[in-house]
Design a protein around this ligand. Structure first.
Ligand code: NAP
Length: 245
């Protein structure tokens, strides 16, 4: 029960990595608030409630500032504290630079970069009130190394690392740590869409010779959210089976 009495907001937790994190955080004693645009978030929350856990779904897009501000206030008013924010929501719109439209660029920037800014800016004042907080942002292995066909996505995942390192300096005096997790190739709906032969090529590059599971990333979130990680600040934790490390 490493998150006993903690309140955690996890964005993009209707499915995939965020859903695995919601399940793990509930089992570790947290109250979990799912912010997602996908109605499946309702079912994810219901299933956890049926198991006796404290979990709530709010239909909040990380791009909708008024909705984020309202939802943050509602969570704080209900529980009196917001301890953990996992900025996990993300999208891809992959194209090579030559083929990528300005719209595809902007959509990914809006969700993966500005969305992280929006949610953190809204939640941090409540963390400051309680002089405690854990901010965890989802970067990617490609945010460190670049990737063919992902100019927009890579820009956001590199940007997230810059924000986390900045907040580590700005917010530490308020008892708030900021860190990033950089997943490698993880089995979720996001990667299911890739052709099998491309997936196999990717797996061949991973020393552990397998894709990661959502729970592999959820466990990294858990460590960074726990009291044991109290002196870990401004770091990027790679979870990638040894790929490109
Ligand atoms: P996923 O299965 O696509 O789940 C992401 C969730 O976020 C979906 O429910 C999605 O809803 C939701 N979402 C999208 N835009 C949103 C918004 N504006 N506001 C709130 N929720 C939103 O993705 P995943 O694979 O679990 O990825 C989770 C995070 O890990 C992402 O940041 C991703 O970039 C990162 N990551 C993943 C991998 C990987 O291999 N899977 C590797 C490195 C990093 P919709 O379905 O409606 O879009």
């Amino acid at each position: 029960m490493r998150l006993h009495h903690k309140v955690a907001i996890i964005t993009g937790a209707a499915r995939g990595i965020g859903k695995a994190a919601a399940e793990l955080f509930c089992r570790e004693g947290a109250t979990v608030i799912i912010w997602d645009v996908l109605d499946a978030g309702q079912e994810t929350a219901k299933n956890l409630q049926n198991e006796g856990f404290s979990c709530q779904f709010m239909n909040v897009s990380t791009t909708d500032v008024p909705a984020i501000e309202l939802a943050s206030k509602a969570v704080f008013d209900q529980y009196g504290h917001i301890d953990i924010l996992i900025n996990n929501a993300g999208i891809t719109r992959d194209k090579t630079l030559v083929k990528m439209s300005h719209l595809e660029w902007q959509q990914v920037i809006d969700v993966n970069l500005t969305g992280v800014f929006n949610c953190t800016k809204a939640v941090v004042p409540y963390m400051i009130q309680n002089q405690y907080g854990r901010i965890i942002c989802t970067s990617s292995i490609v945010g460190v190394h670049g990737n063919f066909g992902q100019t927009n996505y890579v820009a956001t995942k590199a940007g997230v690392i810059g924000m986390v390192k900045t907040w580590a300096k700005e917010l530490a005096k308020n008892g708030i740590t900021s860190n990033a997790v950089a997943p490698g190739f993880i089995k979720t709906e996001m990667t299911d869409a890739m052709p099998n032969e491309v997936k196999q090529q990717m797996i061949n590059q991973i020393p552990l010779k397998r894709m990661g599971e959502p729970k592999d990333i959820a466990n990294a979130y858990l460590f960074l959210a726990s009291d044991e990680a109290g002196f870990v600040n401004g770091q990027v934790l790679g979870v990638n089976g040894g790929q490109a490390s």
